[in-house]
Design a protein around this ligand. Structure first.
Ligand code: SME
Length: 160
């Protein structure tokens, strides 16, 4: 098996469609969640333009704990309700934030981050964790990005 996924697409929906099928291929047949989160964060990081942090926070006993990621070292524990990730975990709603500096309680791990999208991952009504993607560009994540990331989340919450 080759791990050389090079995805270049003309438009955002196609990019996410190709990314979704690459992720399905990457995690199918592997049950180790850490290995899968590590590979998936690497693949998303190298595929999406203009991102500076991609990774997972896991629900460990009702608190978010840092999981595999790509980017600068990040804060390790986030309480539900705190920051963008904590709000996504508490509300179980996607958080798409145009300007993180305008988000009350935003936790700045990398001062370069300007916008962010966080996807809650839910299986059997349990919050497994969240997928967090940060960008150095304000307003980086569009509605098309949100739809694409939700699709990635659907694959991840089944496969992790
Ligand atoms: N910005 C996040 C914290 C995690 S880092 O961006 C990696 C937040 O406010 O939830």
């Amino acid at each position: 098996m080759t791990y050389d996924f090079r995805i270049a697409a003309a438009d955002t929906p196609t990019l996410y469609r190709d990314l979704a099928s690459a992720i399905e291929g990457l995690i199918s047949g592997e049950t180790d969640a850490v290995a899968n989160m590590a590979n998936v964060s690497a693949l998303i990081f190298e595929t999406l333009p203009d991102v500076n942090w991609v990774g997972f926070y896991r629900n460990v006993g009702g608190e978010l704990v840092l999981g595999p990621f790509q980017g600068r070292p990040a804060c390790i524990r986030i309480k539900f309700g705190d920051g963008v990730c904590g709000v996504a975990a508490q509300t179980r709603q996607v958080q798409r934030v145009e300007d993180v500096n305008a988000f009350p309680g935003h936790i700045a791990c990398d001062s370069a981050s300007a916008s962010e999208i966080v996807i809650p991952l839910i299986r059997d009504d349990e919050l497994i964790g969240v997928l967090d993607i940060d960008s150095p560009n304000k307003g980086r994540f569009t509605e098309e990005d949100e739809a694409g990331c939700v699709r990635l989340g659907e694959i991840l919450q089944r496969g992790l």
